[in-house]
Design a protein around this ligand. Sequence first.
Ligand code: GAF
Length: 386
Amino acid sequence: MDATSLAAAFTEAYRRAPEGVWHAPGRINLIGEHTDYNDGFVLPFALARGVTVAAARRDDGVLEMRSLQVADAGVSVALDGAGPKTIDGWTEPRRWAAYPFGVAALLRELGTGGASLLFDSDLPQGAGLSSSAALECATALALCELYGIDADRAGLARVAQRAENEYVGMPCGIMDQSASLLCTAGHALMLDCRSGLSAQVPLDLPGKDLTLLVVNTNARHTLTDGDYGRRRAECERAAALLDVPALRDVTDLAAALDRLPDPVLRRRVQHVVTENHRVEAVVGLLRAGAETELGALLTASHLSLRDQYEISWPEADLTVEAALRAGARGGRMVGGGFGGSVIVLAAADRAGAVQDAIVAAYRERGLTEPDFLDAVPSPGARRCVN
Ligand code: GAF
């Protein structure tokens, strides 16, 4: 729903007008997967889809949350004295509200207070496109602007990440929240997750006669069920054994692999170290205007995520294989893994045939057909209506 319609829906739901409407996008990560919590590099761009929120302050310290996607599951909670334990009883269908609640609870440190919020989303959930970060970032931006708090966006991304870590229990890194808040139209965001320094890298694939397909494999992912946390813990264990602060600091991969007796940890290190190199290589190609050469790096990333990090899923592998057979230049799974989306890079005049080949491969296996989304590098979070 557009911002004006959402403002009207807010007025109907809460019997008063909102003070503004804000939007925060989801993201595609071009490359740099599972590198963020290893202090490494990522290269996401914002999608044109995301979460929109109509909002107004409340002077009684209550946070009131409703979503157009979750009928009859509005949640009201007093912020005073609230903390991560407040949400213990918030089972489905109220679980979604833990994300905005966590943000609102943490932002009180900066001087925000109660609010009525009405959310709408056009991002598929569980598709690996960061619907959670979009929900957090829309909330953060709305509350800060409502309460006149001039927080810098990198700082807001850290608050949103903390909300997800501490309130939802998902030990995510900083990539998704940074993408939602810091990306700009026509660019990917090269982020150094250790220093927080970032650069906007121009990304114009249609200008090079290329199409980036986003394929929602319709295999849903849930990242709170432990696999993500286990990968993160393995990386931390490997870094400790190698006596480095984070896997980002491994400079001699062969020597590091020699020092690790556990084959599982060796595979994790191999992925993280080579993935960081691939991000730098992709940035180099984009800056050199050599976008047509990106494909091999995307596919190498996928194979590393499949074989070394072991987080791919059957539909993702099928998508990449079918796309390559049909002449795509490259492709890879995106996001946390175990379900979600795949990106495929193809010459613009092959994109239709590649898409058809992917659909045919799913049909042949009797799988639910995938959805295809636009991948236009779009602006980061913003106010839409006063
Ligand atoms: C998820 C997490 F939220 C990110 O922080 C990142 O680790 C990503 O998986 C994998 O690159 O989206």
